[in-house]
Design a binder for this molecule. Structure first.
Ligand code: GAL
Length: 389
């Protein structure tokens, strides 16, 4: 009798496994924005706020591993990594950076680890992961960035440190008047009226000055390796009101103090970078937490600016929620993924957050078109890489 039951259970289990495998195969032939996206085990990919590294013919998708429910918005597991050679079929490659069980660690279980991005350093042969870190029990107050390192793309990554960047250093694009104002603010003296009239975004400059000695806030972020091997971190700073673009050291493990403030009071988050035909493009969102808002784009001839604001790049409507450009199809940008086999061609990656059940967050991946010096990202219900040809 028991033997019979075990045989039946075994048969049921094998059928289930087989179905999951078949489903995994079927689900991954196309990009299906907003839908469940199964990995090689038939499990919905768990890599939110992610970024993709390409290295030696493989793609590696890193992202926040979420768990069920509201708790899923905190780091209980770490940074998940998947690998692929075709961008639609992803193999689960495990947890690249694990949260720590040591309560003294900055990345202890229960901290917040968001928007992890990995770059490869040619000189050192190391993989470097940067992410947004919020210390356990402090909400979003800490506004720090963390860095970890590995010998292999999939890890394991070793956490090195967390910090607020560029303490006691002025950005490249600060004006003389702003510099004088910061000096007054640091001394706690009232600003002369003549100086105030020369400053465009005084409330942001006050936040900037407040954090001058301790280092600048760093929340939503990405990292980018330029043609010359120099790497930059782009992050929301100054209470998310101003983006900073900061040059990293040659080993990509620290900030150099060379940086710019981009559009003070512009309120940009969720930054992503692309380089196409001599122009750098920056894709961002506005600030409305997990809720979607209109995407923005900027262009520049140099990473260190100036960055010119362009139009909202999104076009069309996502029939799953009726959201168009006014809500970025229900998504928020996280990365611009360059095709390894087609340099200059990009897929825009967005997250559809589900904060009440974080693990159920969806992904919107769409091809980027470059039209008259702007990015254009059209909604597509189902598409294949052949759209690039
Ligand atoms: C969003 C941000 C996410 C996450 C969230 C928390 O604005 O882009 O990465 O930090 O806020 O509310």
């Amino acid at each position: 009798m028991f033997a019979n039951i075990s045989i039946i259970l075994l048969a049921l289990f094998s059928t289930f496994l087989l179905q999951a495998k078949v489903q995994a195969k079927e689900q991954t032939a196309y990009f299906n924005p907003g839908k469940i996206w199964r990995d090689n085990n038939g499990v919905h990919i768990n890599a939110h706020g992610g970024g993709v590294l390409h290295h030696k013919g493989q793609y590696y998708w890193f992202g926040e591993h979420k768990i069920e429910g509201l708790e899923g918005n905190k780091a209980h597991v770490g940074v998940h990594v998947y690998s692929s050679d075709n961008l639609t079929n992803w193999q689960d490659a495990g947890i690249a950076l694990k949260v720590s069980s040591d309560p003294r660690s900055d990345i202890v279980k229960g901290s917040i680890i968001e928007r992890p991005k990995v770059i490869y350093n040619q000189k050192t042969g190391k993989f470097v992961m940067w992410f947004h870190l919020e210390l356990k029990g402090q909400g979003y107050k800490a506004a720090r960035t963390g860095v970890a390192i590995a010998d292999k793309a999939t890890g394991p990554y070793r956490f090195i440190k967390s910090l607020r960047p560029n303490a006691n250093t002025y950005p490249l694009n600060i004006s003389e008047a702003e510099k004088q104002a910061v000096a007054f603010l640091l001394q706690g003296t009232k600003l002369p009226k003549t100086l105030v009239s020369k400053i465009e975004n005084l409330s942001e400059l006050k936040i900037y000055a407040r954090d001058f000695a301790g280092g600048q806030m760093a929340r939503d972020m990405t990292v980018y390796v330029d043609k010359d091997g120099k790497a930059y971190q782009i992050y929301s700073s100054e209470e998310n009101r101003t983006l900073h673009i900061s040059l990293l050291s040659d080993d990509y493990l620290s900030h150099t103090g060379t940086y710019i403030r981009v559009h003070p009071s512009g309120r940009n988050e969720a930054p992503a970078i692309a380089y196409h035909n001599g122009t750098y493009y920056l894709l961002t969102s506005g600030l409305s937490g997990w809720r979607p808002n209109p995407a923005r784009q900027y262009a520049a001839k140099e990473m260190m600016g100036p960055w010119e604001k362009l139009n909202n790049p999104t076009i069309g409507v996502n029939p799953q929620n009726d959201f168009g450009p006014e809500k970025t199809f229900g998504g928020q940008s996280t990365f611009l993924l360059e095709r390894q086999d087609m340099p200059g061609q990009f897929i825009a990656m967005f997250d559809m957050w589900r904060p009440k059940n974080a693990i159920d967050g969806r992904y919107i991946w769409l091809p980027v078109e470059f039209v008259n010096g702007t990015m254009r990202i059209k909604w597509r219900e189902k598409w294949q890489l052949s759209v690039f040809e």
